[in-house]
Design a protein around this ligand. Structure first.
Ligand SMILES: *Cc1c(COP(=O)(O)O)cnc(C)c1O
Length: 243
């Protein structure tokens, strides 16, 4: 397993580099986030010790379980899963530097209240449902700008970017449309010059579609399976209401 992680990581770094070169981008513009749901702390450590610096978790419970084991290895940790409002207090205990899945105002308010108490701030990405699938979380694209405006008034939350999960489809052009939509929203939001808001980051692209995402402007790709192998749980376990 450990050898596979190293090899697979190398393959992914090459895929990122080739994709960037193909569309004339500097590979340094695209950051790799290791999507580590279900991955053991031991395997995560292998990737971190190989020079990776950024991981993303989907469940508060898993963040908690791996926290002590990973503490000794420097890394940056984002939250990329659906966050229930009753888990807000808990998630803020584990050195998460960015919540990529902010998709509604009640969650923003809960985070803000708690951060005020703790006298802290946190970076957030707004998650947009660009694939128009009922099963996915994220604010509707038509409501994204309004949500950004409302969140911008909560000074503990620093909007840094947008996140989307592309359509699961073998049809590249349909997947591409999801990423293009996120890019369009980014430009629209930037043009508003909203105080306390920067949306430079575009977190999009996963194991199967990272090349397309990079072509469409991703600054961060989130890769799990292609590095750590297949997960035993179906993704619906992470992406449904009970997650
Ligand atoms: C699991 C997950 C990924 C990674 O997906 P893979 O297909 O395993 O690369 C990316 N983003 C989110 C939000 C995820 O939950």
């Amino acid at each position: 397993m450990s050898e596979h992680v190293m090899e697979n990581l190398q393959v992914i770094l090459e895929r990122i580099e080739i994709a960037c070169i193909k569309c004339g981008r500097d590979p340094k513009e695209v950051r790799l986030l290791l999507a580590t749901k279900t991955v053991t702390a031991e395997n995560i450590k292998i990737a971190l010790q190989a020079g990776q610096t950024l991981i993303g978790e989907n469940k508060v419970q898993e963040v908690k379980e791996k926290y002590e084991s990973l503490k000794s290895v420097p890394h940056d940790k984002h939250f990329i899963g659906h966050l229930q409002t009753n888990k807000v207090k808990d998630i803020l205990k584990y050195d998460i530097t960015c919540i990529q899945s902010l998709d509604r105002m009640d969650l923003a308010q809960k985070l803000h209240q708690r951060l005020l108490v703790e006298n802290k701030t946190i970076s957030v990405f707004i998650q947009v449902n660009t694939s128009d699938e009922e099963s996915k979380f994220g604010v509707h694209p038509d409501e994204a700008l309004e949500l950004v405006k409302q969140v911008s008034e909560l000074h503990t939350l620093k909007i840094k970017g947008l996140m989307a999960i592309g359509l699961f489809s073998a049809e590249t052009e349909k997947v591409r449309a999801c990423f293009k939509l996120l890019k369009t929203l980014q430009q629209r939001i930037m043009s508003e010059n909203i105080p306390n808001v920067s949306v430079d980051e575009l977190s999009m692209g996963m194991s199967g579609d990272l090349e397309t995402a990079i072509e469409e402007g991703a600054t961060m790709v989130r890769v799990g399976t292609a590095i750590f192998g297949q997960r035993t749980y179906p993704d619906s376990f992470y992406w449904n209401e009970h997650a």
